[in-house]
Design a protein around this ligand. Sequence first.
Ligand code: HEC
Length: 112
Amino acid sequence: MRKQLFVLLAAASMAGAGISAHASESPDPAVLEQGKELFISKAAPACAVCHTLADAGSAGTIGPDLDEIKPDFAAVKKAMYEGLGVMPNFSQSLNEDEINAVASYVSHVAGK
Ligand code: HEC
């Protein structure tokens, strides 16, 4: 009984690691949708205010055009955690899942 439980837990944690390792390559549609909503309006201030991103229908010009610079997952995360120039950092206002969702979304759609 104990052994079976251990095997189950080990399998579950391995499956979890697999999902996060591939998050930026083939993101879950629900995660992309969450990232898009945060980008357009739910993040405060919303990314769309400052950035152009065709998929989000945004045309902000305070920050760089994300379709042009096509940031990867890590670059979006870093900008959100640390802030950059006039871009605020989102490490207090958004949780890690939300930051990952935005990073997946932007890196997936930018330039497309
Ligand atoms: C108040 C305006 C503003 C908001 C809001 C904002 N940004 Fe930015 N962002 C900027 C500016 C300005 C820069 C360029 C800063 C520089 O290079 O000095 C930038 C840079 C970036 C970069 C490029 C980072 C790099 O490595 O060069 C990414 C990616 C980015 N922002 C994503 C986002 C996302 C995602 C959000 C929403 C969660 C967001 N930004 C919200 C203004 C903003």
